[in-house]
Design a protein around this ligand. Structure first.
Ligand code: HEM
Length: 288
């Protein structure tokens, strides 16, 4: 299989920034399934990938507002044609090339620029909960000795005092406060990132690999920081925890800020992003 060039199926054709990653092949399959409906590329912000999902709930809720209408996909029904087009994916290539891997992941999950837009829309509305989210993440990690003891080691850039016994390490410890800054930054990036940029996925991939004993960030290498080794088991649990909190926060938004349809779409988009982040952790553990 060759390099998968990216054409964001959601971007309109009038100069919108094209994402370097996702692969439109499946959605532009030669069987007609997924062919662009009328309105595709007209700047509506939708593509075929969202047609059936969004159409399935369009008009069914009474809380539809103006912005929701503006983001609605065309109403044509997706033809019920069996999928006869099978994409070829090279397992070796998607192990070696992040770009190709992201193309596969985003295609599999049907992650489109609409997902990106809807999460970006929620970002300022849930931004206020991020400090509490991060506090709760650390409270959770401190509930168990196996996750707490990881924080007994000196972290990068931290020069303050460290406790010598696990019992002495508290959520108010200077190093934990220091760590929270980085975790808040990750949470904000998850909500505000431009997912059409390869840099976003590269950052998420580096966050993954840095927990496996490697030092992908330049600042880690230049500061001579000892590698971090966190079991994948704990990473997966924490991702599940974050996913719950973010999704609950979105669902609790008042309808005048986000319609019910948008909240449903946003919850789905968060699921996709967290599971892509999960892959960008797990792939470094299982070398797959
Ligand atoms: C949701 C899963 C997780 C995410 C998204 C995450 C994210 C991050 C990020 C963004 C950093 C800072 C990277 C930088 O230097 O800029 C970091 C560092 C760190 N993480 Fe995680 N992490 C996760 C899970 C865990 C778990 C489960 C543990 C331990 C039980 C852990 C322990 C650490 C430690 C100790 C550091 C500091 C390493 C150092 O500075 O030397 N992380 N993590």
């Amino acid at each position: 299989m060759g390099i998968r060039t990216f054409v964001d199926p959601l971007a309109n054709n009038s100069g919108a920034e094209k994402c370097p990653f996702p692969n439109p092949n499946a959605r532009l399959a030669p069987n007609g399934y997924g062919n662009a409906p009328a309105g595709y590329g007209n700047g509506s912000g939708y593509n075929t990938a969202n047609t059936s999902r969004s159409a399935s709930h369009s008009g069914n809720h009474s809380d539809t507002d103006e912005s929701d209408v503006a983001m609605k996909p065309p109403k044509e029904k997706k033809p019920k044609v069996p999928t006869i087009f099978t994409q070829e994916v090279d397992p070796v290539l998607i192990r070696a090339s992040l770009e190709d891997r992201i193309a596969y992941l985003t295609d599999f999950l049907d992650f489109t620029s609409y997902d990106s837009q809807i999460v970006n829309k929620a970002a300022p509305l849930v931004n206020g909960l991020i400090p509490d989210l991060v506090d709760d993440m650390y409270t959770k990690l401190f509930e168990f000795d196996i996750t707490k003891k990881v924080f007994m080691k000196r972290n990068q850039g931290f020069t303050g005092a460290l406790p010598t016994r696990l019992e002495e390490l508290t959520l108010d410890s200077p190093q934990i406060k220091f760590r929270k800054v980085f975790m808040k930054s990750w949470a904000r990036r998850i909500l505000t990132s431009d997912y059409s940029s390869g840099k976003t996925w590269a950052y998420m991939d580096k966050v993954g690999v840095m927990h496996t004993g490697a030092s992908p960030f330049k600042h880690q290498r230049t500061m001579g920081i000892a590698p971090l080794n966190v079991p994948y088991r704990d990473i997966a649990m924490l991702l599940g925890f974050v996913q719950q909190v973010l999704q609950a926060a979105v669902l609790r938004l008042p309808n005048h800020q986000m319609s019910l349809n948008e909240k449903i779409d946003c919850v789905n988009a968060i699921t996709k992003i967290i599971w892509i982040q999960n892959d960008l952790f797990s792939r470094h553990y299982i070398n797959e």
